[in-house]
Design a protein around this ligand. Structure first.
Ligand SMILES: [Cu+2]
Length: 129
């Protein structure tokens, strides 16, 4: 699929940075109805660089544009192994980020979406093989 290759090229280099468990206790966001679908490349995802891309639509099924999309990855089988970064806007409600998963296992991907109209957070499970 050619569009995916383009996506990968656009988002490569935006590798998530390893951070210590910061435990930033942010205020609870105003919940708005947004649907986030995550896709991965390669699929199934394996240890190493994985492109995560998110398709974000509102409750009318319209793409959510110009949002700030923060992605956190937490290796839930270990304490304090988290990564965080911002996905880049690819247009049409698609946001992408390349993440280097150094360990196989169960990860929790937390996606936080913000624009002038909404603020929304969703957890998505991801198994790295
Ligand atoms: Cu780990």
């Amino acid at each position: 699929m050619q569009p995916l290759k383009a996506l990968f090229a656009l988002s490569i280099g935006l590798t998530l940075l390893l951070t210590a468990c910061s435990g930033a206790g942010s205020a609870a966001p105003a919940q708005t109805t947004v649907a986030i679908t995550m896709n991965v490349l390669p699929d199934p995802p394996v240890v190493g660089d994985v492109l995560l891309y998110f398709n974000v639509v509102d409750d009318q099924g319209q793409p959510v544009a110009a949002a700030e999309v923060n992605v956190m990855a937490d290796h839930t089988e270990m304490s304090g192994m988290t990564m965080q970064g911002n996905a880049t806007d690819q247009g049409k409600g698609i946001y992408a980020i390349t993440t280097n998963f150094s360990m196989a296992g169960r990860w929790k991907i937390t996606v936080q979406i913000k624009n002038e109209a909404l603020e929304y957070k969703q957890d998505i499970d991801l198994i790295i093989q």
